[in-house]
Design a protein around this ligand. Structure first.
Ligand code: PHE
Length: 442
C-alpha cells in the first residue's frame, strides 16, 4: 500500500458528473438501442427500467458504500471487510474491466471513424460502409487511437484528467441528444417509431431471454458489477450523500438511454430502415443512423457528425472509468506509479481488443461473456458480500446522508431480493453465453 494520501474529487458535483460520465456511454446508445430493437421495443424498455430500479439502484449504492467505506480499490476493499477469501471477487472485477474495455474501445473507434467520415457525407450504402469501418485494419487503427486517448486522460489522474473531462463534456452530450430528439420528432413517419418504442407487447415482458438481456443491460449501463462505481466512490469524502447520488446517477443514466431511444426509433421508421435493423444487431445503430443522415443531405452531415462526436465523448468518459479500475488496483496492490500502471495496462487492453477489431463475431462474444455474464456474476457476488458479509453497510452509507430513510429496505433488498433474482438471471445468461460460444466456434 502506498503511503501517499488518497486522491480526491474536487467537489461533490465532480464525483456525480464523473459517475454519470461512467454510466452514460455506448451502453445507452449502441447497446440499448440494439437490444431494444431486437427484444420487442417497449417490453425491453419496461424490463430494463424495472431491473434498474429493483436491482441496479441497490447494487449501485452497495458498490459506493463499499468503495467509500474502505477507501480502497476493489481487491483491497473486499479484503478489508471480507478477508483474503474475497480477494477473488476483486480479481474478477479487474478481468471484466479488461475484457469490456478491449471491445468497448473498438466500438468507440467506429464512432471516431463515423464522425470523421460524416464530415464529407455519409455513404450511400450504409451496410457496406459499416462492414468496412467495423472490421479490419481501419478498425484496429481507430481502436488504438481511442485507447491512446483513454490512456492520456487516465494518466492525468482523478482531478486533472477524469474530472475535468467529465465536467465539460457530459452537459454538452445532453444538449446534443435533446436537439436530435426534437429534430427526429418533426420527421414524417416518426409515429410508428414511437409506437414500437412506447407501446408494450405484454407477452414479450415475460420472455426469459428478454429479461436476461434487460438485466444485463441495467448492469452494463450503470457500470455495475466490475468495481467502477466502487473505485470512483473510494475517492469521495464522508460528507457526500451516497443515497441521493445513487438516485441521481441512475435517473440520469436511464434518462439518457430513454432519450437515445427517442432519437433512434423515430429515425429508423421515418427512413424505412426496419429491415436493416432486423438483419444486423450489433451494427444496428451504425447502419441505420448514417442511412438516415445521408438522406437528410447537407443537414445530415452536421447532425450526423455531431451525433457521433457526442457518442465518442460518452464513450471516452466510460472507457476512462473502465481503465481506472485496473489502474487503481495496480497502484494499490502492485505499488506502481499511476503513469506506469496506465501505460502498461492500457497497452495490454489495446492488444486484447485487436481480435475484436478483426472479427465482429469475437466482439459480440466478448460482449455476451463480459458485458452480460461477468457483470451479472460480479453484481450478484457483490450484493451477497455487502448484504451478508460487510459488517455494517448502513453505517457506511450514513455519513453525509440526510436520514436513514430507506436504508433498512436497501439492506433487505441486498439480502433477500437481489441475490435470488440475479441467480435466476445468471442461469439464463450462462445458457445464452454457451449458445454464443457454440455459434462462434461453428
Ligand atoms: N456504462 C458504460 C456505458 O453504458 C459502460 C461501462 C460498463 C463502463 C462497465 C464501466 C463499467 O457505456
Amino acid at each position: 500500500m502506498s503511503g501517499a494520501p488518497r486522491e480526491k474529487w474536487n467537489s461533490r458535483t465532480g464525483f456525480v458528473l464523473a459517475a454519470i460520465g461512467s454510466a452514460v456511454g455506448l451502453g445507452n446508445m449502441w447497446r440499448f438501442s440494439y437490444l431494444a430493437a431486437e427484444h420487442g421495443g417497449a417490453a425491453f424498455v419496461v424490463l430494463y427500467l424495472g431491473f434498474t430500479l429493483l436491482v441496479g439502484v441497490p447494487v449501485l449504492l452497495a458498490e459506493m458504500a463499499l468503495g467509500r467505506g474502505a477507501r480502497r480499490s476493489p481487491i483491497a476493499a473486499l479484503e478489508h471487510y471480507g478477508g483474503r477469501s474475497w480477494r477473488g471477487l476483486g480479481a474478477l472485477f479487474v478481468v471484466s474491466g479488461f475484457v469490456i474495455l478491449a471491445y468497448y474501445s473498438v466500438i468507440a473507434g467506429w464512432t471516431f471513424a463515423y464522425a470523421i467520415s460524416g464530415l464529407t457525407g455519409f455513404g450511400s450504402d450504409p451496410a457496406a460502409t459499416f462492414a468496412e469501418v467495423s472490421t479490419g485494419p481501419d478498425a484496429v487503427a481507430w481502436h488504438l487511437a481511442f485507447m491512446a486517448l483513454v490512456v492520456t486522460v487516465v494518466i492525468g489522474g482523478v482531478r486533472g484528467g477524469i474530472e475535468r473531462a467529465a465536467v465539460f463534456l457530459m452537459p454538452a452530450l445532453l444538449v446534443l441528444l435533446v436537439g436530435l430528439a426534437l429534430y427526429a420528432s418533426g420527421l414524417e413517419g416518426s409515429g410508428e417509431g414511437y409506437r414500437r418504442y412506447l407501446s408494450i407487447d405484454v407477452s414479450a415482458v415475460f420472455d426469459r431471454d428478454v429479461m436476461v438481456q434487460a438485466a444485463g443491460q441495467a448492469f452494463f449501463s450503470l457500470s455495475l458489477g466490475m468495481g467502477a462505481m466502487l473505485t470512483f466512490a473510494s475517492y469521495v469524502g464522508r460528507d457526500t450523500d451516497l443515497k441521493r447520488d445513487s438516485l441521481v446517477i441512475s435517473a440520469s443514466d436511464f434518462g439518457v438511454a430513454f432519450l437515445a431511444g427517442l432519437v433512434v426509433f423515430p429515425l429508423i421508421f421515418a427512413f424505412g430502415l426496419e429491415a436493416q435493423v432486423g438483419d444486423s444487431t450489433l451494427g444496428a445503430l451504425f447502419i441505420t443512423l448514417p442511412a438516415a443522415f445521408a438522406e437528410m443531405g447537407a443537414a445530415g452531415r452536421v447532425v450526423g457528425t455531431l451525433f457521433f462526436v457526442g457518442l465518442a465523448v460518452g464513450a471516452l468518459t466510460s472507457a476512462v472509468s473502465l481503465l481506472e479500475v485496473v489502474v487503481s488496483t495496480a497502484i494499490d496492490s502492485l505499488g506502481l506509479s499511476r503513469r506506469r500502471a496506465t501505460l502498461f495496462f492500457g497497452s495490454v487492453t489495446a492488444l486484447l481488443g485487436i481480435p475484436a477489431a478483426l472479427d465482429i463475431e469475437i466482439l459480440g462474444l466478448m460482449d455476451q461473456v463480459a458485458g452480460n455474464f461477468l457483470l451479472v456474476l460480479g453484481g450478484f457476488l457483490l450484493a451477497v458480500f455487502v448484504g451478508w458479509r460487510m459488517p455494517d453497510p448502513v453505517a457506511a452509507v450514513l455519513p453525509g446522508a440526510a436520514s436513514r430513510w430507506g436504508l433498512g429496505a436497501w439492506r433487505g433488498l441486498l439480502r433477500y431480493v437481489v441475490p435470488p433474482i440475479l441467480l435466476w438471471v445468471l442461469w439464463g445468461s450462462a445458457e445464452a453465453t454457451l449458445a454464443a460460444v457454440g455459434a462462434v466456434l461453428g
